[in-house]
Design a protein around this ligand. Sequence first.
Ligand SMILES: [Fe+2]
Length: 163
Amino acid sequence: MNTCKAETHTLANLPDDTRVLLRDLIAGLDDEARLLTLSARFRLQGDFPHAPHCYSRNILLREDNGAEVMVARWDQGAVTPVHGHPQFAFVYVLEGQLQMEHYRETDQGLLLTETVIRNKGQHIYAAGDANRYNNAIHRVTALSPSLSLHVYSDDALKGKAFT
Ligand SMILES: [Fe+2]
């Protein structure tokens, strides 16, 4: 499997109740239980672009401080580069199945620490250090066609890329 470079889109004209929910998600970024409760209420049926052999990134909301809510639509077999994240990162599987390989940076390079699989309704959450973008290093592989909801404390594309 090859990693791919995803295209980023911005979705406009969201329903008011969805916008309220998205703002609440960003406000709750330091509270994993709150994020989980809010995500279970996410119902947006967007027309998220299909990216053959890859995934599309669809920005739903971006705040002035860079914090964002994004939906990713994954083709089966899509693989991200290994990458880090801003201080807070939350990923909730709306549909499908995602595999995540977690890594730790060492003097000898990246060390794989665990591989987890997340199905519909499951999530990962990471709270790291502020003002750096090598928190919670991982690689994501879509094991089936999937949709996932992402909430980040800053532009996820600032995350350090390792491959
Ligand atoms: Fe990630």
